[in-house]
Design a protein around this ligand. Structure first.
Ligand code: ATP
Ligand code: MG
Length: 245
């Protein structure tokens, strides 16, 4: 019964979400129209730049909303590509450049190529790195560390930060849609990550505190060095089939 009620709520929420998305797109296109006219009629070159910047940002937002809508309906078609994991991470880093200022961003990934939907991996890194940056806001030590490990025919990519950590009582909920502890969050970031990874046969998990302290105590493993100062560690597990040799 509780499950049914929850499902009903989710269906209602998704209808509401798509109707809100629809309205937002309408407003965005109106704002874009005004900005385009502004850029056209002003003779001040700085004002023109600002108007064009608004047009750019609105285009980005519209793309985001469209992607989100398609993801929701399961219509997302990304192209298969061969690419280096480090390039996908670099793409995310550039996109989040402003948010990452003042943060040590340490990436230790050897040259490993994947063959899968590149945009999907980009989005996974964007969401996880963005969360890590949020978690570092009030931390003294600001480190984001990304590394990988091959085990049992699978590739694990670790994304860790020295931020506020995730309290025990919410650890179970973080992958649920709309779960957020942030004032301005949608709570969809990790849910989307999970969904995207499952499309390529991958998985994500949050390393629990017990496992973390176990690794941190023994200095005879690769993890030991990497885990220094880390409070939150996510592990992405990718299937062997998408690794290019
Ligand atoms: N690296 C992290 N450190 C601490 N807490 C985290 C971290 N990543 C996720 N969380 C917790 O999990 C919650 C859900 O994350 P998720 O990315 O799904 O949504 P959000 O970040 O709150 O919203 P949005 O992604 O829309 O900005 C966050 O609100 C936060 O409480
Ligand atoms: Mg997020």
């Amino acid at each position: 019964m509780r499950g049914e009620k929850r499902l009903e709520e989710l269906v209602e929420l998704s209808l509401l979400t798509s109707s809100i998305m629809h309205d937002i797109r309408g407003y965005l296109s109106a704002i874009k129209g005004h900005a385009e006219i502004g850029a056209h009629i002003t003779s001040d070159s700085r004002a023109k730049d600002k108007f064009l910047k608004i047009v750019d940002l609105i285009n980005q937002m519209s793309d985001m909303i469209e992607t989100f809508g398609k993801l929701y309906k399961g219509e997302l078609e990304f192209e298969q590509e061969e690419f280096f994991i480090s390039d996908s991470i670099e793409f995310a880093r550039k996109l989040l450049m402003r948010k990452l200022s003042g943060i040590d961003f340490e990436v230790k990934i050897p040259e490993i190529k994947l063959r899968c939907k590149r945009k999907l991996m980009d989005q996974v890194f964007i969401n996880l790195i963005s969360n890590a940056a949020d978690a570092l806001e009030n931390s003294e030590k600001k480190i984001i560390r990304i590394w990988c490990e091959k085990k049992n025919n699978k590739l694990s990519i670790f994304i860790a930060d020295s931020g506020c950590g995730i309290p025990e009582n919410i650890r179970r909920k973080i992958f649920s849609p709309f779960f957020t502890t942030k004032g301005k969050g949608t709570g969809m970031g990790l849910y989307i990550v999970k969904k995207l990874l499952s499309e390529i046969g991958g998985k994500i998990r949050l390393i629990n505190n017990k496992t973390l302290s176990k690794y941190k105590m023994r200095n005879d493993n690769i993890m030991y060095e990497q885990l220094k100062d880390m409070k939150t560690v996510f592990e992405i597990i990718l299937p062997n089939e998408i690794l290019v040799r």
